[in-house]
Write a protein that binds this ligand. Structure first.
Ligand code: PLP
Length: 452
């Protein structure tokens, strides 16, 4: 029964990003089944999973082609590694397919087991690159506040989450942060376009402060995801690209969330017009069915690593895991067959955008924005001037509670309510999502009014 699961869970399972005492008090919600965009819990409730698990189940739950591919590979060869001049056909096939679907500068891939490991690989690879070019002083990596790049020591250091840095003495040396391009929070006295250029200028200021010859790379998510779906103005990334080019700094796009169709383009950098040298991916590469991540390595770097590098002293047991790689291949083929990227760009993305535009009239909503199939709703106390609620009221958590109680998974980042539904979500399901969101906003508004 649900109670038995909850008791065993609280007794033994230390959940990630979870307050242990609160979990023990309230009990975990036990998820037992998934189909298409829906989940079922152990009490039989159906839930619209508007977060695609953790932004990853792009093709939705229950895709037989992925399940069959994994089963076949497990029977034939469940594991072999890619160390010491060995390889398996699935890893080679996926590498070839990734070179086809990523921007043309990417012809090589380094596999990892997760996005965090991918970003650790980035740190080692960019430092190795500059070493090989005889510029070992280029060590510093510039990232952004409120970014999420993973939970390993390097991933959490690249990330700009203050609460993560407060635990474990982070960031590690050589990683610095600039402000995020959050127009609604800090830029509203400018047009979004002017603010985008202004916010990119913070990178140039930081480079000049540090000395550009000391900077190895700049890393950013095209749209900051876990930070609250912060969609940058269109002028931001081209300006970042210009600054990186001017100072010879490598550009790294963390595509762990934005990759594989989320923005209505194969990769977020294509949506926003940057040409990264490295690109981290995970999540959507297998739609989360099995763990897999990696780094696409641009030719500028690959050439140096291959021709001058000798052995790169880095790798994971599960780099190029054959079961993960066959699932990756089937997943990408399915995205192509179902034309999911085009559907997000031309049909479901614009429909979500229209829905969010209509939500702006709600008394609780200060701002609502989308990018492809990602959306954020900023709840505010006073929509006339965007005054936020005092954080101790936890209005976002109240709203999240109403979502949970009414069969919807929507995430709260402070008082920003965010969604990233599976890319298979149909136009009708976007409308269903709209009705659910509106109902949960109304219930939250009723609570706010009742509590003065
Ligand atoms: N980078 C981004 C942008 C992410 O959103 C995440 C996870 O949410 C990661 C990296 C870390 O990926 P993983 O959890 O697979 O280690």
């Amino acid at each position: 029964s649900t109670r038995d699961w909850q008791a065993a869970d609280a007794a033994h399972f230390l959940h990630p990003f979870t307050d242990f005492q609160s979990l023990a008090r309230k009990g975990a919600r036990i998820i037992t089944r998934g189909e298409n965009v829906y989940l079922w819990d152990s009490d039989g409730h159906r839930i619209f999973d508007a977060m695609s698990g953790l932004w990853c189940v792009n093709v939705g739950y229950g895709q037989q082609a992925l399940i069959d591919a994994a089963a076949r590979q497990m029977q034939q060869l469940p594991f072999y590694n890619a160390f010491f001049q060995t390889a398996t056909p699935p890893a080679i096939q996926l590498a070839e397919l990734l070179a086809e679907v990523t921007p043309p500068q990417f012809q090589h891939v380094f596999f990892s087991g997760s996005g965090s490991e991918g970003n650790d690989t980035v740190v080692r690879m960019v430092r190795r690159y500059w070493d090989l070019l005889g510029q070992p002083e280029r060590q510093v990596i510039v990232s952004r506040k409120n970014a999420y790049h993973g939970s390993t020591m390097a991933g959490a250091s690249l990330g700009g989450m203050a609460a993560m840095h407060a635990q474990g003495g982070l960031p590690i040396p050589g990683i610095v942060h600039i402000e995020q391009p959050h127009w609604y929070q800090v830029g509203r006295e400018m047009t979004p376009e002017a603010f985008g250029v202004h916010a990119a200028g913070w990178l140039e200021e930081k480079l000049l402060e540090l000395g550009p010859e000391k900077v190895a790379a700049f890393i950013g998510e095209p749209v900051q995801g876990a930070g609250g779906v912060i969609v940058p103005p269109d002028s931001y990334w081209p300006e970042i690209q210009r600054i990186c080019d001017k100072y010879g700094v490598l550009l790294v796009s963390d595509e762990v969330i934005c990759g594989f169709g989320r923005t209505g383009h194969w990769f977020g950098c294509e949506r926003f017009g940057s040409r990264p040298d490295l690109m981290t991916f995970a999540k959507g590469v297998t739609s989360g069915y099995v763990p897999l991540g990696g780094v696409m390595v641009g030719e500028r770097i690959a050439k140096v690593l291959i021709e001058q590098g000798g052995e790169f002293e880095h790798g994971y047991t599960y780099s190029g895991h054959p079961v993960a790689c066959v699932v990756g291949v089937e997943n990408i083929r399915l995205i192509q067959q179902l034309k999911l990227v085009e559907r997000v760009r031309d049909e479901t993305g614009p429909r979500l955008a229209k829905l969010y535009a209509s939500l702006r009239d709600h008394p609780l909503v200060g701002h609502a924005e989308t990018c492809g199939l990602m959306g954020a709703i900023q709840l505010v106390k006073d929509k006339s001037d965007g005054t936020l609620f005092p954080s101790e009221l936890e209005v976002g958590m109240v709203c999240r509670g109403h979502c949970f109680g009414n069969g919807l998974i929507m995430r709260a980042v402070g008082d920003r309510m965010i969604v990233a539904p599976p890319l298979v979500t149909t136009a009708e399901q976007i409308d269903e999502l709209g009705r659910l969101i509106a109902m949960c906003l109304d219930k939250t508004w009723a609570d706010v009014k009742a509590n003065g």
